[in-house]
Design a protein around this ligand. Sequence first.
Ligand code: UDP
Length: 236
Amino acid sequence: MEKKKQLYEGKAKKVYETDDPNLLIVSYKDDATAFNGLKKGTIAGKGVINNQMSNFLMKKLQEEAGVPTHFVEELNERETVVKRVSIVPLEVIVRNIAAGSFAKNYGAVEGTVFAEPTVEFSYKNDELGDPLLNDSHALALGLATKEELALIKTYALKVNDFLKAFWLERGVTIVDFKLEFGRQSDGTIILADEISPDTCRLWDTATGKKLDKDRFRRDLGGVEEAYEEVMGRLKS
Ligand code: UDP
């Protein structure tokens, strides 16, 4: 499978067409952004880690958790064939522990463990700063149907059950994460985008050390090392 015309360049990935109208190739970059693009940098080797981690997890989610995904085939360190979808413009965020914008918006202490996971939506729109919205807002804006929202939540919670158990066995706590879903040409909803330390908060269970993009966001240092550490745990 070969890359043809570049369709799109995002903050962390490039997307290319292929000879097959139903398949695309994504190419992961080392570029990192935070705070809606205000902070920019590079994390050496990140593209390789995110590509490989996301593919590994999506394959497992498909095979072991019954969550359909866009993953088709890893071509090389940075490039993967995925099913073509139109992205549902919602960031689907699942949380197990208070951190990030939840801690900030609601005055919760970072690290507070929830009795049940939360699921929330943000409107995927950089100009508006990805505002938080509820189901009726998403319906009013025509972003998805009721049935799609229900299915997306069901899938998001299945992903959480799977990732919680998966990382627990490897000494890592999954605090929260962001998913994106897409519609195939027949309307089927599948998991798309990526699952990586860019899109998840991952803490070492024993020490609490942050092993994710918060090291970049908050200038904590040891960013590359943290990505490598968590990639090593993935395969352990
Ligand atoms: N997240 C993401 N992309 C975004 C916003 C959030 O991947 O544009 C992820 C983030 O890495 C974290 C989770 O979603 O794992 C929850 O993020 P939060 O809402 O706390 O926002 P942040 O603190 O990142 O601004």
